[in-house]
Ligand binder design. Sequence first.
Ligand code: DAH
Length: 341
Amino acid sequence: MALIDKINELLNNVDNLKASNAEKLEELRIKYLSKKGEINELMNEFRNVPNEQKREIGVLINELKTKAQDRINALRASFEEQKGTDLHYDLTRTSYPVNLGTRHPLSIVKNEIVDIFSRLGFNIAEGPEIEDDWHLFSSLNFPPDHPARDMQDTFFVESHPDILLRTHTSSVQTRVMENTQPPIRIICPGRVYRNEAISARAHCFFHQVEALYVDKNVSFTDLKQVLLLFAKEMFGSDTKIRLRPSYFPFTEPSAEMDISCNICGGKGCSFCKGTGWVEILGCGMVDPNVLEANGIDSKEYSGYALGMGIERITNLKYQVKDLRMFSENDTRFLKEFEAAN
Ligand code: DAH
């Protein structure tokens, strides 16, 4: 075959060169562009081309060489590109770590408290955080001059002396009793607000859980049993409880409950101020006035109620020294509770 025909044939071929993988591509490169490749062969033959044809054939060979190089480079580039996408779909690759969130310590403890009471047949009830005087105070037997009604202690909604942010979850007692006849057995978790200067030991909002049981023949003994069971479930079976007489407008008699300090085991430490006991909740028998104010016959029914701060219980369980940690959303603090989730 004349040299010019060989060149033209190769020129046709190189445009359509194909390689299914990198090895095949290398074979093509060797075939066309290596020292012993077809194009160099042509160069050797070129020496024998008569002078008057040298210009024409030289141009063609150069064109062939450029085309072959371009085509092989293009094929190589497409392999590189594919390599990139292969990486993307490499199913054997270990996945990126997924950052799972953790439950907030107050939620962990709230859920635990609610769980314990649920097992005893209590149902969750909720009420609004913006309340009126009746649900928060009057229906709960608060006298008109009680300090909780004072602007100093409570956030009132501006220009509405009757509307305020609830100071305790006891308002949910009324929300339920006014619409339900006994038996009533409810547990009410929620946020409450008080006009306090913010410090390590006080905040202007915190969380409570309230429980209420109203039925025929409910006695203080029932209350005591539930309290003991709750303390043991929450803080361990060695936990002891102690009830001290106290006063709340909505219960009579009223008590505050201490548990044996679960940090020092009752020996006395800085947390329990050396006494071996820490106060965790208020409780008592629902005052008959409260039952009557809510349309429940106090001669037929009696009940007990209790309320506790979730922050306080959480402090005891996890020894969080500064209340402000609970609302600062520092993920380093929140991550410490990963294991408890
Ligand atoms: N509401 C009270 C408070 O915020 C806590 C409390 C005490 C709730 C005694 C009760 C109770 O239901 O019986 O300090």
